[in-house]
Design a protein around this ligand. Structure first.
Ligand SMILES: [Zn+2]
Length: 151
């Protein structure tokens, strides 16, 4: 008998694949009307997808960021000067390898959570196998999350 939990942890959909992660960045860049990769205004998402560029995750492909050294405790970044983005060197895009690295780092905590969840679910499954259908039904009524996946 196999069981599944209702509150199974999920990864955000934009992190499911490398391409989905890239697309979510490209979409945000186009929607925020920033000047991605120093391209002409009116550049569409389709144009960017065709170019196969990997957006910089630090500067949102703007090529520049607020100087962290110029951060003001009251004004924040309002009056801070701009500096070239240290991650992409002001180019607005990064290599696929670097993007892959950032992606791997972003999904690591979700992978850990899901792995932990599976470990516990397997332990619970072992315990449930020792119970009768009647006992499982009572637990289901009380906790709500014990749900045989074959039903
Ligand atoms: Zn950058």
């Amino acid at each position: 008998m196999s069981y599944a939990w209702k509150n199974e942890p999920h990864m955000p959909s934009y992190l499911h694949s490398l391409e989905a992660h890239r697309l979510s960045y490209l979409k945000a860049i186009v929607e925020n009307h920033s000047r991605p990769f120093n391209l002409s205004p009116g550049t569409t998402l389709e144009n960017l997808i065709e170019l196969d560029l990997w957006p910089c995750t630090r500067c949102m492909s703007d090529g520049k960021i607020f100087d962290p050294a110029d951060y003001d405790i009251i004004e924040g970044n309002k009056l801070a000067r701009h500096i070239a983005c240290p991650l992409c060197g002001g180019r607005g895009h990064i290599s696929k390898e670097l993007f892959q690295k950032i992606h791997d780092k972003a999904i690591r905590p979700y992978r850990r959570t899901i792995k932990k969840h599976i470990e516990i679910a397997l332990e619970v499954e072992k315990i449930l196998e020792k119970l009768t259908e009647e006992e499982i039904k009572i637990l289901e009524k009380w906790y709500g999350y014990v749900e045989p996946s074959r039903r």
